[in-house]
Design a protein around this ligand. Structure first.
Ligand code: TRP
Length: 427
């Protein structure tokens, strides 16, 4: 459940609908689901396995399993990826905060789609205001890590996240009753294969990694905390299913509304933020439900920022432990705080940095990290250990390790390379 909580976040509710909208809707959904099955599942198992088998976080796991430092670069690359993600993730978390305040002050009352779009444009062109909200998000996250109250937040989110899902179900129901919503449902559920391009496939792959938090070493750490008798296959399946359900629900809310209110599905990163207030206007208890929803969205975003920042803080502490200048937890929090503030300033004041860090992390770094991890497990670790981990009982699952090993040795690496080269236009 903790892993599912880390996986579900802005990736599902903000990023999934906007990427799907930019990449043709239905055809993207199908490719995305295939990616989750073909790459998401094996990679969840792979990262969990690295953590569970070594009992170490991303920093020490590769060294512990191979007994040499030759794979250490991969943990650094994972950290670099987390840092890049934090830049734009905190900016969008700041947007969520702004929308809570705007909902509280009745800003969206009576606004049509054009004025909702211009509200967002006015907000996002006010760099200092955006920076202020981003700063608040970073500060809250850093304080939670500083005072070590993550456990309390985790307990809180166990109540709040199901509430978010209930709200999403209600909203999906309301949106379906809007005039013109069926066009949106067709856009999202009917695949038009003429829109299928290498770019769509690479975007789906990147989105699958981003949404499942794959390729950042985060899951290695979660794996290290798993009890010995935890079944990796079942756990991975559960995480993948929960994460995908939330993303599909988000699509079922956004796309019918996009067409009913006359927005553009390929609007870009602001899509969800301009469409959601329009939906609340049509709901009963509009004021209350919009505040509640944006608050819950902030909690979903914060649980992800906490886990992202925690991993980098822990990494810094471990990496500097035996050097001349060891950083304790508090010092690491300060260092990461400064780095993240620099990242979000760059994302806000240089718009291409925002877009590029999103694309570079999802479509380049995560696939490369994932590729390295499957090669590591498939070719460099003893097969019998994997066999032992994946199949402790003598039931139908005894075929699973063999299938899994073939998949991580050949299918996943070759497919990632092909999709990657295709997507960036080299092949
Ligand atoms: N999967 C998260 C989401 O969908 C985002 C994310 C990516 C993340 N990497 C992470 C969250 C690492 C926590 C830790 O929003």
């Amino acid at each position: 459940m903790a892993t599912a909580g880390s996986a579900v976040g802005l990736g599902n509710i903000w990023k999934f609908p906007y990427i799907a909208g930019e990449n043709g809707g239905g055809v993207f959904l199908i490719i995305y689901l295939v990616c989750v099955l073909l790459f998401g599942m094996p990679l969840l198992i792979t990262e969990f396995y690295i953590g569970k088998h070594s009992g170490k976080s991303a920093f020490g796991a590769f060294r512990a399993l191979r007994n040499n430092g030759r794979w250490q670069w991969l943990s650094w690359l994972c950290m670099l990826t987390s840092l890049i993600i934090m830049g734009f993730y905190f900016v969008v978390t700041g947007w969520c905060f702004h929308y809570v305040v705007a909902a509280l002050t009745h800003t969206f009352k009576g606004m049509d789609s054009a004025s909702l779009t211009s509200h967002f444009e006015a907000f996002s062109s006010n760099g200092l205001l955006e920076l202020l909200y981003g700063f608040i998000a970073v500060l809250i996250t850093a304080c939670i890590l500083w005072f070590d109250v993550n456990k309390g937040i985790e307990r809180l989110s166990k109540i709040l996240m199901p509430l978010l899902l209930i709200m999403m179900i209600l909203m999906a129901g309301r949106v379906l009753m809007l005039d013109g919503s069926s066009t949106g449902m067709r856009f999202f559920f009917q695949a038009d294969f003429s829109k299928l391009t290498p770019q769509v496939v690479l975007s789906a792959l990147g989105q699958c990694f981003f949404s499942l938090s794959i390729g950042m070493g985060v899951l290695i750490t979660y794996g290290a905390y798993m009890p010995k008798n935890q079944n990796l296959t079942t756990t991975s399946l559960q995480v993948a299913v929960i994460d995908t359900i939330v993303a599909v629900f988000a699509g079922m809310i956004i796309f019918p509304a996009v067409f009913a209110f006359g927005f553009n599905p390929a609007e870009g990163p602001e899509l969800v933020f301009v469409v959601l207030p329009a939906i609340f206007e049509k709901m009963s208890f509009a004021w209350f439900s919009s505040i509640l929803f944006f608050l819950l969205l902030c909690v979903a975003a914060l649980t992800s920022t906490i886990s992202l920042m925690e991993v980098v803080v822990a990494f810094l502490t471990e990496a500097t432990a035996h050097t001349k200048h060891p950083l304790d937890r508090h010092k690491s929090v300060i260092v990461v705080f400064v780095l993240v503030m620099a990242m979000i300033s760059a994302c806000i004041f240089l718009p291409y940095v925002f877009k590029e860090s999103d694309v570079v992390s999802s479509c380049i770094l995560m696939p490369l990290n994932a590729l390295a991890m499957v090669l590591f497990v498939g070719w460099f670790l003893p097969k019998k250990d994997i066999q032992h981990e994946l199949c402790k009982h003598n039931d139908w699952r005894r075929y699973l390790p063999m299938v899994y090993i073939q998949i991580v040795r050949y299918l996943v690496p070759l497919a990632i390379i092909a999709i990657f080269l295709n997507g960036i236009g080299i092949w």
